[in-house]
Design a protein around this ligand. Structure first.
Ligand code: GAL
Length: 344
């Protein structure tokens, strides 16, 4: 016996079929649009130093603006944790990895792992050494070292200099030191400058410089100028100088334009800091990552940097000096720090 379906039932079935196909279409469209958004992994070392919070926010903002999704992980200064985070991101299908390496050599493992899954890697701010790194976006760190040393030696072309570098796990620490020596060596050779202390710290943190400088000041007290790898180290140096009643009497250079460092410049405890163009740096990395995820070559990679294994296409931006005279014209005008944050 043939199955009899009433007219109402037929139109109900037809309408249900229509609704179902519309739902399917919407679901497919939603899924497709999700899939099409490039996913950019940003592996960061730590957020302890003020500047990295800015890098993070600006990077996320730019990736989003360019239609991508930024996936962030912070390794808390642990290179093994960073490798695990990389593995997880690669497994979850990121299209590109942007890495602030905790360790210049160990991060090479991240590059190897990423390449096994055809994920390109951009080294951010710090160079990953001795591997097939794809791209590098940073500032000219040798030049930063030269800027610091030039500034202090213009004020004090003779005297006893203390050099406190960042950790040897960060290639930037070497590059800055190279920049310092480019300027200092001729003056050392002339017998005008004496480097009385030259040490690499274990971390980029105030306690390190405090420990290194306190140790020195316990036995000797000849110091006319101190060059530190960053502002965190410079603040530790100020703490040690204070204990020996030398704060404000010794020239002091740092880097990063941390709010406290700029306040210390206003107060006369620190001579200069270095302002890196963080916005341009984060935007350049985000732009490059999105382009690469589209299968295009990134723009503005006009130079190459040797990482020990290959010549890596790179962008190296210029940094500038912040002193007591130009705070308003630099970090404040650029919107990097609010005026009330410094002068309140
Ligand atoms: C360096 C960077 C500095 C500073 C430091 C500590 O690699 O060049 O600007 O932030 O790390 O995080």
């Amino acid at each position: 016996m043939a199955l009899q379906i009433s007219g109402t039932a037929k139109s109900f079935i037809r309408r249900s079929a229509q609704v179902l196909s519309i739902l399917c279409f919407v679901a497919i469209a939603v899924l497709a649009s999700c899939d099409m958004k490039p996913r950019i992994g940003f592996l960061m070392d730590s957020l302890e130093i003020e500047r990295w919070n800015k890098d993070k926010a600006l990077f996320e903002e730019k990736v989003k603006e360019l239609g991508g999704v930024a996936v962030i992980a912070v390794a808390d200064s642990d290179p093994d944790k960073q490798l695990e985070q990389a593995r997880q991101m690669i497994d979850e299908g990121v299209d590109v990895l942007v890495v602030v390496p905790v360790d210049l050599e160990k991060a090479g493992e991240i590059v190897k792992l990423a390449h096994q899954s055809f994920v390109p890697v951009i080294s951010y701010d710090r160079l990953i050494k001795n591997c097939n790194l794809d791209y590098y976006v940073s500032t000219d760190n040798i030049n930063i070292g030269e800027l610091q040393a030039n500034y202090l030696t213009k004020i004090s072309p003779q005297g006893n200099y203390v050099l406190i570098s960042g950790p040897t796990s960060d290639y930037n620490a070497y590059l800055l030191h190279l920049g310092w020596m480019n300027v200092l060596q001729p003056l050392i050779d002339k017998g005008d400058i004496n480097v009385v202390l030259d040490e690499f710290s274990e971390f980029w943190l105030p306690d390190e410089a405090y420990r290194i400088l306190s140790q020195y000041l316990k036995d000797k007290n000849e110091v006319d100028a101190i060059i530190c790898g960053n502002d965190a180290l410079a603040s530790g140096a100020i703490a040690a100088l204070k204990e020996h009643k030398k704060d404000g009497r010794v020239l002091l250079a740092g880097q990063d334009a941390d709010i406290q460092a700029v306040r210390n410049i206003v107060a006369g405890y620190q001579t200069i800091t270095i302002y890196k163009p963080i916005e341009s740096l984060a935007f350049a990395a985000a732009n490059a990552a999105i382009k690469i995820s589209d299968g295009e070559a990134p723009s503005n990679m006009h130079i190459t940097v040797n990482n020990g294994k290959r010549l890596v296409p790179a962008i190296l931006l210029q940094a500038s000096i912040v002193n007591s005279q130009n705070i308003k014209m630099t970090v404040i005008q650029e919107g990097y720090i609010g005026e009330q944050d410094i002068f309140n």
